[in-house]
Design a protein around this ligand. Structure first.
Ligand code: PEP
Ligand code: MG
Length: 324
């Protein structure tokens, strides 16, 4: 078993019928990046920058952030690197005093891009560091907790302005830096047509999307199976997001935990997903599953998945795909 999994290190990411699937890595440390590189990840699909800010009292300054981001980019030697802007708040605790303390409803509070927009110095420092790092390899900047068009437009304007500033200061920054949105708030999923033209790529954060869609706290064990990707609303939303992104030629990935669950890979492929972003420890197993999948057959079975009316029917569909 272990030997077979190890053999997967050298195998390409493709389905049995030869369709290339991107397996990006989620990372939050130097070790994760090295591991992603060694396992042949397509790139980094989600670098969580919170970890630079946690467990300390002072904010990392522009140079510290620049060095951290540059190291991630250099560590992937030319493969695309997606760095997410700060997503403090809610389940990501913070001691720097940046996020508000004692919000009555932190999951619905000042977190993600909302916090960055409310703290101009924070936003400025991080965007400057990111854009300076863009001179070292292909960088994609990912915005967390986007709820609609205004936030995307405002962030794009900041990015353009700061790029101009940096160039006039003599910094060498990339001609093109992709800007993408996390889809993790149901409103952003439903309103995607209103802002898809303003983003270069999309990443579905199913950890939060499921939480907000099903009104089920992602960290509350008492909810048991109420927090689940196996709900018809989740499946329909994923199908619609992937369809919409494809129709507008925007790459779309899933970067929530479900992307690293090999059991769910056939379901995500059936829904049209071609980019997974997952923790390196799950990469080989998902690669092995994908290599055993027959894409035409899975997609032919997608209508039955969309017809499933409740959890057991969805589970039955998943079990029936084994070896397909
Ligand atoms: C998500 O919400 O699915 C996600 C990838 O981000 P995080 O788990 O960091 O909130
Ligand atoms: Mg999230």
């Amino acid at each position: 078993e272990l030997r077979e999994l190890n053999r997967m290190r050298r195998e390409p990411n493709q389905t049995r019928d030869g369709t290339e699937i991107d397996l990006f890595a989620n990372a939050e440390s130097r070790e994760d990046v090295a591991e992603a590189h060694a396992l042949g990840a397509t790139g980094i699909g989600l670098y969580r920058t919170e970890f630079l800010f946690l467990q300390r009292m002072e904010l990392p300054d522009e140079n510290e952030q620049f060095h951290a981001y540059r190291d991630v980019i250099l560590g992937m030697s030319g493969r695309p690197v997606t760095i997410r802007m700060l997503d403090l708040g809610a389940d990501k605790a913070d001691r720097t005093g940046l996020a508000l303390r004692d919000e009555p409803n932190p999951a619905l509070g000042l977190r993600g891009v909302r916090l960055s927009l409310a703290r101009p110095a924070l936003l400025e420092t991080q965007l400057r560091a990111l854009l300076r790092a863009s001179g070292y390899g292909p960088l994609r900047i990912l915005l967390p907790m986007i709820s609609g068009r205004e936030e995307v437009r405002t962030m794009r304007a900041h990015m353009m302005r700061i790029a101009r500033d940096l160039r006039s200061e003599g910094h060498e920054i990339a001609d093109y830096v992709a800007l993408g949105a996390m889809i993790e708030i149901p409103a952003a999923a439903l309103a995607l047509p209103t802002f898809i033209g303003g983003v270069d790529f999309l990443s579905i954060g199913t950890n939060d999307l499921i939480q907000y869609l099903l009104a089920a706290d992602r960290n509350n064990d008492a909810l048991g199976e109420l927090y689940t990707p196996l709900h018809p609303a989740v499946i329909r939303m994923l199908r619609d997001l992937i369809r919409m992104a494809k129709s507008r030629n925007r790459p779309i990935a899933v970067c929530g935990e479900i992307a690293g669950d090999a059991r769910l890979a056939p379901m995500l492929l059936a829904l049209g997903l071609e980019q997974f972003s997952l923790h390196p420890t799950t990469l080989l197993e998902v690669r092995r599953t994908i290599r055993n999948c027959d894409l035409d057959r899975l997609r032919a079975n997608a209508p039955a998945l969309l017809r499933a009316r409740e959890r057991v029917e969805i589970e039955r569909w998943i079990d029936a795909q084994r070896g397909h």
